[in-house]
Design a protein around this ligand. Structure first.
Ligand code: ZN
Length: 188
């Protein structure tokens, strides 16, 4: 089922997600629905907050983007990114490893708003997978950017919080308009 993606101005986007303690049928359904929703919107990542549920769950699939490379290491060995997709991260914890790099980012909760965001190029990730089993890997490039963007969502952090002040200032009219539209919609 395609779920409604909430927009900037919806309070749940600022909520820290509760940790998931068990992979219940409800969580399994949510994972499937989040993938369906993400693919329907041609996104490469979606966090549970974005479908209105403040919980530590995100889905990622970077295969749709071919011009921005990703790399992956599992137990110190290079691994194939495509076969590692689609990716479910439950209760993820990330450790930044690489140098900060700037790259373009968008967000399904901020339609048509894009900006350069600086983040570490490489991160180590510890999480549970869709079966509730431990997952550990190191990633870089677009995948590392997606993992960081989505993990931020799980803590109520949005990409506008990571923008340079000047960039955010330039986007202010669009952000204020989006927020006002969302708040007006929530009232109806
Ligand atoms: Zn986002």
């Amino acid at each position: 089922m395609i779920l409604n993606v909430v927009k900037f101005g919806t309070p749940v986007l600022r909520q820290k997600g509760l940790r998931i303690e068990a992979i219940t049928p409800t969580i399994k359904r949510l994972i499937a629905d989040m993938f369906e929703t993400m693919y329907a919107h041609k996104g490469i990542g979606l966090a549970a907050q974005q479908v209105g549920i403040p919980t530590q769950l995100t889905v990622i699939d970077v295969r749709g983007v071919t011009d921005r490379p990703s790399s992956l290491e599992i137990k110190g060995e290079p691994a194939d990114v495509a076969t590692f997709m689609p990716l479910v991260l439950i209760n993820p914890e990330i450790t930044p490893m690489g140098n900060p790099v700037s790259g373009p980012e968008g967000c399904l909760s901020f339609p048509e708003i894009f900006a350069e965001i600086t983040r570490p190029d490489t991160v180590d990730v510890k999480a549970l997978n869709a079966e509730g089993l431990p997952l550990e890997f190191r990633c870089a490039g677009l995948l590392a950017r997606a993992v960081q963007h989505e993990t931020d969502h799980l803590h109520g952090i949005l990409f506008i919080d990571r923008m340079e002040k000047k960039v955010k200032e330039e986007l202010r009219p669009e952000l204020e308009l989006l927020q006002a539209e969302t708040k007006a919609e929530l009232k109806t």
